[in-house]
Design a protein around this ligand. Structure first.
Ligand SMILES: *Cc1c(COP(=O)(O)O)cnc(C)c1O
Length: 516
């Protein structure tokens, strides 16, 4: 069945001379045109591709529909591992054959983060609408470096929606990037340039008078270290401040470090607050940090990759009150908005400081009064020139479900973590290792008389068996010196039964391995 495309503009203003007879004439004007075999990547027969595409969509829907019945993760057999050692393909293969290879070697061996019982590290669970959006974005193929076209307006709209979700002023700027690491890097770059006291863009960091100091807690994400290294300030420019029992930055210790640094000839420049640490979900005291940053004339950056979006959650939004006082915020729609990877967002209160950090207008990217280049360039707010149309997957899912549902799903994950913590407290062989603040639970299996390295080895063994059995994916970490298993529930597919199963299986495996 052949249907006309619904993707029509309201009117077509112009008939191309390359349509119909005009095309024939144009081609005949070129000498020897017939001798040149011109190629394209488009299929020779669109109807074959159409049938295969429908099959891929059907297979994808079945894959997601049945996801809970599959193992969370499974080790790849040797033949799958060697499959990826094949050398560069030189001759063509039918697309159906290429797809068969993907269906057999790739799709059965995922990382697993879309599964209801995936709780490792910190990821989102994706959503099908987002996958359709990524497909449409690729079909349209627009470059979000900027320009006067619909995708660019939509990109800007998603940034504006992020401001609205957080309660950031409309006058702030922002950009969509690959994820939280990149959004933190963008924000810290602006902070460095604003606080440097010299023109870092022209003169470089070597011209900075007093070495800049950035502050974060000992629970801050590792991407900040990478950012400071990349910014030429060095790892030591990031002072790790100890945390209190709740794993929140110790404010008196921070004040002391700032005073020490001033006395020592350093220039305290920026405090990085974490709203939801990756180890335990702890939320630094944003109100106190906003006050301190104002008093000390520091840039306040909030790493909200985990927690900033709690601002939309009716029951837990209060936990990130005052986040809107930040100078910059990093948030991660591919975490609690479950957008398929990748999409992060950075917001900067002072839009001109943001643009002044990155904008360069080479002669080949000047704007024009009308036409395709008659809009602000989006690449002036970050490091990329070409940018993908990652906004569409956020936009379509937000339109489909509405922001309130995403807020409820955040509350749901936090309630599930509280439920899991209760199950753990009621189980004599398990113990919580850190307070559960939001959606991250740190616990361990601890039979009597097992301690230290053997306790750690036992818990790692439980974690690996849970993975290898395909039951659940957890990760592990060390919090204030105590090793533990870590469950991060950032997953709209998780149900309470999944958590009950986790507790039962962890206890069963722990007993089996330790003989307890
Ligand atoms: C996930 C995370 C990051 C890094 O974000 P990516 O999207 O993985 O690059 C940074 N900070 C915190 C607190 C995070 O949880």
């Amino acid at each position: 069945m052949k249907r006309n495309s619904p993707f029509r503009a309201p009117r077509r203003a112009f008939n191309s001379p390359l349509d119909g007879d005009g095309r024939e004439a144009a081609v005949n004007n070129v000498e020897n045109a017939r001798d040149v075999a011109e190629e394209t990547l488009d299929p020779g027969d669109w109807s074959d591709v159409q049938a295969l595409s429908h099959r891929i969509v059907d297979d994808s829907i079945a894959y997601l529909r049945d996801i809970g019945r599959r193992p969370v993760w499974q080790e790849m057999p040797p033949e799958v591992k060697t499959f990826f050692e094949a050398s560069l393909p030189r001759s063509p293969a039918p697309l159906a054959e290429v797809y068969r290879e993907v269906a057999e070697n790739v799709m059965p061996y995922p990382m697993g983060n879309i599964h209801p019982r995936f709780w490792s590290w910190y990821m989102g669970a994706g959503n099908f609408t987002g996958a359709l959006a990524d497909f449409l974005a690729a079909v349209q193929g627009s470059n979000l470096g900027g320009g006067n076209h619909a995708a660019a307006l939509l990109d800007g709209q998603v940034v504006n929606w992020c401001k609205q979700m957080i309660g950031f002023p409309a006058s702030a700027s922002g950009t969509l990037v690959s994820g939280g690491s990149m959004s933190n890097l963008i924000a810290l770059t602006v902070a460095r340039n604003v606080k440097a006291g010299v023109d870092v863009r022209e003169e470089g960091v070597a011209s900075i008078d007093k070495p800049l100091r950035f502050y974060g807690s000992d629970q801050a994400h590792s991407c900040h270290r990478k950012a400071l290294e990349a910014l030429g300030l060095g790892n030591r420019a990031l002072r790790r401040i100890p945390t209190d029992r709740d794993l929140r930055i110790d404010i008196p210790a921070l004040k002391k470090a700032i005073a020490e640094d001033r006395a020592g000839g350093f220039h305290p420049a920026c405090v990085i607050a974490t709203a939801g640490t990756v180890n335990t979900g702890a939320i630094d005291d944003l109100e106190a940090l906003a006050r301190l940053a104002a008093e000390e004339d520091l840039w306040l950056h909030v790493d909200g990759c985990i927690g900033a979006l709690m601002a939309i959650a009716p029951k837990n939004g209060h936990r990130v009150a005052c986040i809107e006082h930040a100078d910059s915020i990093a948030l991660d729609p591919h975490k609690w908005l479950h957008a398929p990877f990748e999409v992060g967002c950075v917001l900067i209160r002072d839009a001109s400081a943001h643009r002044d950090t990155f904008a360069v207008t080479p002669e080949y990217l000047e704007s024009t009064p009308r036409g395709l280049a008659s809009a602000a360039w989006l690449h002036e707010y970050g490091l990329q020139t070409t940018r993908g149309f990652r906004a569409l997957k956020v936009w379509m899912a937000l339109k489909e479900h509405g922001v309130e549902k995403f807020g409820r799903l955040i509350d749901q994950n936090i309630a599930q973590a509280a439920f899991l913590s209760r199950l753990i407290r009621n189980e004599p062989l398990l113990e919580l290792v850190a307070p559960t603040s939001i959606n991250i639970v740190c616990f361990r299996f601890r039979p009597k008389g097992v301690d230290g390295e053997s306790l750690k080895a036992l818990n790692i063994e439980i974690m690996l068996r849970l993975q290898e059995l395909g039951t659940a994916a957890l990760s592990d970490t060390t919090v204030h010196g105590e090793h533990c298993l870590r469950v991060a529930i950032n997953n709209h597919r998780t149900r309470r039964e999944d958590l009950r199963l986790l507790v039962d299986e962890a206890v069963r495996l722990g007993r089996h391995i330790s003989g307890a």
